[in-house]
Design a protein around this ligand. Structure first.
Ligand code: FAD
Length: 548
């Protein structure tokens, strides 16, 4: 099976809200105790907010829920789910973290959206929603908590999680429902490989605690499970001693082969450069990206580059045909970590000597560990100031096998994304490209990784490519969606197997055939029947409808 992104990526609207909204609300109110029913809002303000997201590609009316639910504890969520299960026609329920999805995944058309941050706001003991055990080296974080707050809480004890996302204003439950990836994943795995235990409310309203040793099937199902099997109300995340600083290295390349070759050397745990970097990412810089092209990875000072550097980079880009590549790496040190500044000096010296970047185009900065983790917020603030944050985001994220990354680069980075047929795309955005080690991912979870050949062969290294664009001018959104579809067509024609990260498909058939493939689909469906037999949860993902 060749798994490809669908050509119809943008074509179909989200599932429509049922016309029986008032029946749904009556059901809810009948099914809930008085105190819990008081936590429901049906006004247009609440339901509008719950029917859009960071993508803002969703038509608000089509995605509008009948109600928004504001729980104070997991038991409130369980009561709501039991009310739906008991109803003659079970209504959809979706957890909404921050709504940072881009295609309506956290919506519940005609049903109920659970406002997850309400758990933190209304908890009787709010500090229990972020409880650090120094002796146990873990944090118990509410599913609604933001990773930025997990960072605050853990660093206060000199501890830190090992695996992060680039952006920290995402909820724990939201990223664990996908995977949670960033430049640390090559070494420590995604966030779903860094969880000790979960509290989950299943689709039938059962409150369960699960881990690798207790209810392991539910634990594995929920991790990367796209909200299909249960709502995460608590995650226990392991911690390690926190460093104080990060040495942040940025290297420029004129070709994809040199970039990816170096990235793979850095992430190879048996190679000569093993252990040199704590963080490895990369990006593509094209001459059509514009201002917002580079918002995502900015140091706290205004730029890595002086004006003279910028002029040299522009000249090199021209020479290289309009496309440059960039490797971002970091080594953490100081604080409670074992690594000293002297270790880092030596490591970076080796790295700068060994790697094949364009000589003279290596940039190094020391920043605090907090500044490094927070690097995307700096860009966010700048975009907000310019009114460029709340715009449509037709993002496309893919996992690709290592053996095809150069074909993909040639066809997409040098081809599809730079074509200026008709009116040029004016917006832009970062294009990320970095490798990960499959061995750090747990095949028992619901996350889907790419395969090659007949769909059975798994290469050890695979790449993530994030085409994370913002549509700022009239017509940008349509043109970007057309380009996304063209990327899919290119992969299909070239036989490049790829899997979407933060996936989006319009029908169950597409999910089964294009995303999961036969064996994995059977497991996903079996788990759905077991934990959410009425298909109540996360219908905005469009994987299942009722009856199953
Ligand atoms: P939502 O969008 O609210 O929900 C996402 C899905 O998860 C929905 O189906 C929802 O129903 C379900 N869900 C939400 N909470 C729960 C819960 N507690 N239990 C069960 N299901 C739940 N991802 C990365 O991996 N790495 C990155 O570096 C990264 N950077 C990003 C930067 C930005 C600016 C944005 C907007 C997104 C980024 N993402 C990244 C994607 C992000 O991980 C997803 O959008 C994710 O869904 C988290 O967003 P959220 O908490 O707002 O979840």
């Amino acid at each position: 099976v060749t798994l490809v992104v669908p050509p119809t990526l943008a074509a179909s609207p989200p599932p429509t809200a049922s016309s029986t909204s008032s029946v749904v609300i009556d059901d809810i109110i009948r099914g809930l105790a008085d105190t819990t029913a008081g936590r429901i809002r049906t006004d247009a303000d609440a339901t509008s907010r719950a029917s859009t997201d960071f993508g803002t590609n969703v038509t608000v009316d089509a995605a509008r829920p009948a109600a928004v639910f504001y729980p104070s504890c997991a038991a409130d969520i369980a009561a709501l789910l039991r009310a739906s299960s008991a109803s003659v026609s079970p209504f959809p329920v979706s957890a909404r973290g921050c709504g940072h999805s881009t295609r309506g995944q956290a919506t519940a058309p005609g049903g109920v959206v659970i406002d997850m941050p309400s758990l933190g706001r209304h908890a009787t003991n709010s500090s229990a929603r972020l409880a650090v055990s120094v002796d146990g080296r873990y944090i118990d974080a509410g599913g609604e908590q933001l990773w930025v707050d997990v960072r605050h809480a853990t660093l206060a004890h000199g501890l830190t999680p090992r695996s992060w996302t680039d952006y920290l204003h995402l909820t724990v439950g939201g990223t664990l429902s996908n995977a949670g990836i960033s430049g640390q994943a090559f070494r420590h795995g995604p966030q779903i490989s860094n969880v000790l235990e979960l509290d989950v409310v299943t689709g039938t309203g059962e409150m369960m605690t699960c881990s690798k040793s207790k209810e392991a099937d539910l634990f594995d199902a929920v991790l990367g499970g796209l909200g299909q099997f249960g709502i995460i109300t608590r995650a226990r995340i392991p911690l390690v001693p926190a460093p104080a600083k990060a040495r942040w290295v940025r290297l420029l390349y004129t070709g994809a082969a040199d970039l990816t070759g170096d990235q793979e050397r850095l992430i190879d745990e048996r190679g000569a450069l093993a252990g040199l970097m704590d963080y490895v990412e990369g990006s593509v810089l094209t001459d059509v990206q514009g201002l917002i092209g580079s918002w995502r990875s900015q140091p706290p000072s205004s730029s890595f580059y002086s004006e003279a550097d910028a002029a040299r980079i522009a000249a090199l880009a021209k020479e290289a045909g309009g496309v440059l590549y960039c490797l971002d790496g970091a080594v953490y040190y100081g604080g409670a970590s074992d690594t000293t500044a002297t270790d880092v000096d030596k490591g970076v010296e080796v790295m700068l000597r060994e790697l094949r970047y364009a000589r003279g185009l290596a940039f190094v900065q020391d920043v605090s560990y907090v500044q490094f983790l927070d690097r995307v917020s700096t860009g966010e603030r700048r975009l907000r100031d310019e009114g460029l944050w709340e715009v449509p985001h037709p993002w496309l994220s893919l996992f690709l096998p290592r053996s095809r990354i150069l074909d993909f680069a040639a066809g997409v980075f040098h081809g599809v994304l730079r074509r200026r047929d008709g009116a040029a795309v004016k917006g832009g955005g970062p294009v990320l490209v970095y490798p990960m080690n499959r061995g750090k991912w747990d095949g028992a979870t619901s996350a889907v990784l790419p395969t090659v050949g007949d769909g059975q062969e798994e290469e050890e290294v695979f790449y993530t490519v994030g085409i994370l664009r913002s549509a700022v001018a009239d017509g940008d959104l349509r043109r970007m969606e057309e380009q996304n579809a063209e990327v899919a067509r290119f992969c299909e024609a070239a036989g490049i197997p790829c899997t979407q990260y933060l996936p989006y498909y319009a029908t169950p058939e597409e999910w089964a055939a294009r995303h999961f493939g036969p064996g994995r689909w059977d497991r996903f469906l079996r788990r759905k029947r077991k934990y959410d037999p009425m298909a109540i949860l996360s219908r905005g993902q469009r994987i299942f409808s009722y009856p199953l």
